[in-house]
Design a protein around this ligand. Sequence first.
Ligand code: PGA
Length: 244
Amino acid sequence: MARGLVVGNWKMHGDRRANEALLGHLRQAPDGARQMAVCVPFPYLAQAQAALEGSAVDWGAQDVSEHVQGAYTGEVSAPMVADFGCRYTLVGHSERRSLHAETDAMVVAKAQAALAAGLVPIVCVGETLAEREAGQTGSVVSRQLDAVVAGLGERIDEVVLAYEPVWAIGTGRTASPEQAQAVHALIRKGLGSACKDAAAVPLLYGGSVKADNAKALFAMPDIDGGLVGGASLKAAEFLAIAAA
Ligand code: PGA
């Protein structure tokens, strides 16, 4: 990936006033070395679109339904999200997998729905602490990845993948650059036979990325950028990560 990508995941944070200030700061971001995007809560997609249109920063959602439309109360479809000019949507974030019982099959269906609506799915994979300690990191990540590779076929070239070890999310406990690189290399290898150009699929690292650890992580050969939660809520910190 030539430029690299840094994506903010606001999770369930924000209000119109605070967003206005944050988006206003991001809007000023120079069209620098790395692409930037923010994935905001659904009600704020219109606000993100209005604030960021014409800037160097893209916006997206944090989830989409696997269905296109119908009697699915409370759900939001990929075409609805695309209607607000989104470029991206997260899919299969570990909080969706663990708190909303999303299976590998659902994650694939959501990624397919996103692609069909013209969105770029940012598909998240990663192991829990118990899985890492049991030596299952490789098998868990490979299982999650293989499902997406099989489900998307040749469209696998159009996704972004994010490796987020669950034990590093929101804990302040970042994977070391070497730990992250080892899994990224595994993912790149797993993509190898399925993709036309595995090197062109952006692989993001997520889990307690901050301005002071981003540079070492992004220096790794298979880490093309970051998926940033908490630190994306502070404009200066997020911009510093994007510049790292
Ligand atoms: P964090 O979250 O940066 O706050 O650890 C990352 C994420 O969940 O995407």
